[in-house]
Design a protein around this ligand. Structure first.
Ligand SMILES: [Mn+2]
Length: 348
């Protein structure tokens, strides 16, 4: 599968991306780095941030992972690998290390970061560009990759990926690709190489990527499911709900896992804003052309949000912070979802 002596595990990056990555790492090795990922960090974001941090720590650089508040979804991974993350309020304003962002390119998904003046050294991401984008010195993007972790496995020299980094990246890939059931061959090859290096089984990786919800959350989800509104449109199920859980993504994931194709869940923030999590079933996004980031952006726009605050994310997972009443946002989401389904049908 891989020729002996090949320098990289994966092919989700070419010479240009590898060159930019190497240049950014030179700077980060000298100056240190703050590594961050999108709000509501997931296994892909944390896994790829962790692998990157290990490379930098081995070079003697001061590298911290700094994120918004985590949710229980990543607890098993964090515990298993002893991933140490800091909150943004633990980073002094005077800390001038450059910032590296993994797994997002959307400013509105980095609310925790605030308006830091630090240099934005590098963005490593796999989402389709839409709306406002970050402007880093070095951009390492591949929209064909279904996870940031497989891009990392394609730009970090394979000699620098040890057992623990390999496990982190394998869990990142598994987390972003729905148990790999629909993954492309290239992704599966990277995943298998990482699995071999990590010494873990696929079952162990799945358990870290898809942990069970604690009982109190299961009970809350069941209550919130009763109030979910749904529509069957062009043989596609759209579902929109509201959640008081720590993050609306939890309920959104559950509804998507029940088989709804297009899902949005609103979480009231208590300041006139709703955090909205968008989910599209992997195959409906990947093959069907219905894109969660597109729906997030259009719903934000329809609710009168300024462009710099339009939501975004991946084609199957996206988020937005939208000002407005629950009903107004729900209507806008249904309309944006129907438009997205219409457009996808028109293209086929
Ligand atoms: Mn990702």
């Amino acid at each position: 599968m891989h020729a002996r002596g090949e320098k990289y595990l994966g092919h989700m990056a070419g010479p240009a991306e590898r060159g930019r990555f190497a240049n950014a790492m030179k700077t980060a090795a000298a100056k240190g780095a703050i590594i961050t990922t999108h709000d509501v960090p997931d296994c892909d974001g944390l896994g790829s941030a962790f692998a990157l941090q290990r490379v930098l720590l081995k070079k003697g650089a001061q590298a911290d992972i700094v994120t918004g508040p985590p949710i229980h979804l990543t607890d098993p991974l964090v515990e298993k690998l002893s991933i140490h993350t800091k909150r943004w309020d633990e980073i002094p304003e005077l800390d001038s290390r450059p910032i590296i962002v993994v797994d997002t390119n959307t400013p509105s998904l980095l609310n925790g970061m605030g308006r830091r003046k630090n240099q934005l050294l590098m963005v490593i991401d796999h989402h389709l560009g839409s709306g406002a984008c970050l402007k880093p010195v070095f951009n390492v993007e591949n929209q064909k990759a279904i996870s940031a972790s497989e891009i990392l496995a394609s730009v970090i020299n394979r000699k620098e990926i040890d057992m623990i980094s390999a496990l982190a990246l394998a869990v990142g890939i598994a987390g972003d690709s729905e148990r790999l059931s629909d993954a492309e061959l290239g992704t599966l090859r990277i995943f298998e190489s990482l699995l071999r290096i990590s010494g873990a089984s696929k079952r162990e990786v799945d358990a870290l990527a898809y942990p069970d919800n604690p009982p109190a959350i299961v009970a809350a989800i069941l209550e919130e499911l009763k109030r979910v509104k749904s529509a069957l449109y062009r043989n596609t199920v759209i579902a929109v709900g509201a959640s008081a859980l720590e993050n609306p993504a939890i309920l959104a994931n559950e509804i998507r896992n029940m088989g709804a194709a297009v899902v949005a869940v609103l979480g009231a923030q208590g300041n006139g804003y709703h955090k909205v999590s968008f989910r599209v079933r992997f195959m409906d996004a990947w093959k069907g052309g219905i894109h969660a980031n597109d729906i997030a952006r259009r719903a934000s726009e329809a609710c009168g949000m300024p462009e710099r605050m339009w939501g975004g994310g991946h084609i199957d997972k996206a988020g937005a912070m939208i000002r407005g009443e629950c009903q107004e946002i729900t209507d806008a989401v249904f309309a944006a979802a129907k438009e997205a389904i219409d457009r996808a049908a028109g293209k086929q």
